[in-house]
Write a protein that binds this ligand. Structure first.
Ligand code: HEM
Length: 137
């Protein structure tokens, strides 16, 4: 089913771009005080999270489940992948919390935190890709 795998990968790219882009932007305007500029960032981040990352996450999971039930539950890499996907869903929820807290004025984290968090998200996404592409166990 190449078209379904393609759709799955495209939705994952959109989901990953939304998650990484949101955190990148929070770090980029962390010290911005101009009200017009900050409002611009807030609108873009809201769109990244609610209009891109969230629907793409739902479609990634739906296409993933479709692939799972059409090919069968084979390979040790699959349960490991599903654990990591759960972690990605948790990261999605946590990113939403970071965004909401930031705009409520509860700014508990510095730029370094956002950079480190994005590094962890990148490692998590890369590991999932490696598992699925290598299927080595
Ligand atoms: C509930 C969520 C998900 C489920 C159930 C799922 C399941 C699957 C299944 C069954 C396949 C077909 C594997 C095959 O036999 O070739 C697949 C392909 C793939 N998945 Fe997922 N997936 C999910 C989420 C994700 C996520 C979050 C990522 C990456 C961050 C991802 C990356 C990929 C990639 C790159 C492929 C294509 C692999 C290839 O054809 O070589 N998936 N997925």
């Amino acid at each position: 089913m190449p078209w379904m795998v393609t759709a799955h990968i495209v939705f994952i790219l959109m989901w990953s771009a939304g998650l990484l882009g949101l955190i990148y932007m929070l770090a980029a305007h962390h010290d911005e005080h101009d009200p017009q500029q900050t409002e611009f960032y807030r609108v873009i981040e809201r769109r990244l999270y609610f209009h891109l990352a969230t629907p793409a996450a739902a479609l990634s999971v739906l296409t993933g489940l479709w692939l799972l039930f059409s090919r069968g539950f084979e390979g040790g890499w699959l349960p490991v992948k599903l654990v990591l996907v759960s972690l990605m869903v948790a990261a999605h929820a946590y990113s939403g919390k970071l965004f909401t807290h930031f705009w409520q004025g509860k700014r508990r984290h510095g730029v370094r935190f956002y950079q480190f968090y994005n590094l962890l998200q990148t490692l998590m996404i890369s590991t999932i890709f490696y598992l699925v592409v290598a299927k080595s166990f």
